[in-house]
Ligand binder design. Structure first.
Ligand SMILES: C[S@@+](CC[C@H](N)C(=O)[O-])C[C@H]1O[C@@H](n2cnc3c(N)ncnc32)[C@H](O)[C@@H]1O
Length: 413
């Protein structure tokens, strides 16, 4: 049992999730965080959390004795992915040209001020010279030599995420990989418009959004109970209409790539409808690990995943489409009237009376009401329209890539 925990840069309180999972109890959890959305999530999940705001204003004197200090300071300045890293300048105790990495020195200050029994700092993989500076600053702060452990969270998750951990908590760094893959952490998402139980929705694009090339039909299962994977566009109060556009999956044309079997993330294809740098075109397969998930700004920047369903719901009986079309057209009423009486969108109703590729079979839930309204007497379509069964997915091989001439069942995260 710990008394007081101080978590700096607490975010959505991953620290409390970890303590919970480890079964470590604590009396008080002090969180220093400034992002109001992250704080809302924390307070929803852990209402007893004591939020103490901006780390630069936190003083050890205002806090009780701290048993555990932990934190993962904003990392962009140290990141080896940061283009401007060459310009980082440190002095011995605390001047770093990147202000986000400057916050690391706040961790060091509070480490010195609070003198916790246990402490733990996480950060990105960085250049050796930067890592050595961090080692030195931390070692000077605690009075003994500290070096980081390099751990890839891929051993416990479906994500490729190499991180450094500095700590005085004893740790055996030989964790075996539990074999969790990207496909294991994705929620089930329908992907094919071949399956008639999927709602077909027009793409809703915000103005100035993606090019016309990506317009087309998007699909989602009518009886899909799970949320789509939360994506970067949902952060910080994005408008729900935009979220809606993102949560349904477009079919994206792709160029298959050979998978390097020795790589952790399986880069299986490149989207061909995206202009821009190579990285944003990458499509990952479910058999590998996910690339690191970040709060990227939406658009095409989120990681893209090739989704291969294992089970699909399909019609049990064949529908005689030509005959159905002819019967529907014989009994047709004005679209507006049908739409209002059945409380179904006009655009949906229109599709029931088309005879081209845009024809769609009326939904099972609406069929009997529609029959009554149109005075259709035959029962021959009742079972074909309303009965379904679950079958194995058409693409049983994960990581299969598709001929670029056809459409690839790619979704945006
Ligand atoms: C790398 S994230 C840490 C995420 C966290 N480990 C979690 O479980 O969600 C860094 C966090 O530092 C926060 N941060 C940035 N400036 C801060 C400041 N001055 N005081 C406190 N937190 C700050 C950011 O809002 C961000 O949530």
């Amino acid at each position: 049992m710990l008394g007081n925990v101080l978590s700096l840069f607490d975010g959505i309180s991953g620290g409390q999730v970890a303590l919970d999972r480890l079964g470590i109890k604590y009396e008080n959890y002090y969180a220093s965080e400034i992002d109001k959305y992250a704080i809302q999530i924390t307070q929803k999940n852990y209402p007893k959390t004591i939020q103490i705001g901006d780390v630069t204003k936190v003083k050890a004197n205002d806090l009780p004795k701290i048993d555990l200090l932990m934190g993962g300071s904003p990392c962009q300045g140290f990141s080896i992915a940061n283009q401007n890293r060459k310009n980082l300048v440190f002095n011995e105790y605390g001047v770093c040209s990147d202000e986000r990495s400057q916050l690391f020195f706040e961790f060091v200050r509070l480490l010195k001020e609070t003198k916790p029994d246990w402490w733990f700092l996480e950060n990105v993989r960085m250049k050796k010279e930067h890592m050595e500076i961090v080692n030195k600053v931390l070692s000077d702060a605690v009075g003994y030599t500290v070096e980081p452990y390099l751990v890839n969270s891929s051993v416990r998750s479906g994500q490729n995420r190499l991180r450094y951990y500095w700590t005085n908590i004893p740790f055996e760094n030989n964790l075996e990989d539990w074999g969790i893959k990207l496909k294991d952490i994705l929620e089930p998402i329908p992907f094919s418009k071949d399956y008639p139980n999927y709602l077909r929705l027009p793409i809703v694009r915000k103005k100035g959004g993606a090019s016309k090339k990506t317009r087309g039909e998007m699909v989602r299962s009518i009886d899909d109970e799970k949320s789509f994977t939360v994506n970067a566009t949902m952060w910080k109060g994005q408008k729900s209409s935009y979220v809606k556009a993102q949560e349904i999956n477009p079919f994206r044309p792709c160029e298959p790539r050979e998978i390097k079997k020795d790589s952790l993330c399986h880069h299986v294809a490149d989207a061909t409808d995206i202009k821009g740098n190579q990285a944003i075109k990458r499509v990952y397969g479910g058999e590998g690990k996910s690339p690191t998930l970040t709060t990227m700004g939406g658009g095409h920047r989120e990681p893209k995943v090739l989704v291969v369903p294992e089970k699909v719901k399909v019609r049990k009986h064949e529908v005689d489409i030509k005959k159905l079309q002819s019967i529907l057209r014989q009994h047709r009423l004005p679209i507006k009237e049908i739409s209002e009486k059945l409380n179904v969108k006009k655009t949906t109703v229109e599709h029931w009376f088309r005879t081209d590729n845009c024809f769609s079979i009326p939904d099972a839930e609406i069929w009997f009401d529609l029959k009554k309204l149109l005075n259709i007497e035959t029962n021959e379509f009742d079972l074909p329209i309303t009965e379904f069964e679950i079958r194995d997915g058409r693409y049983e091989m994960a990581d299969r890539v598709y001929n670029p001439k056809y459409k690839s069942p790619t979704i945006v995260s």
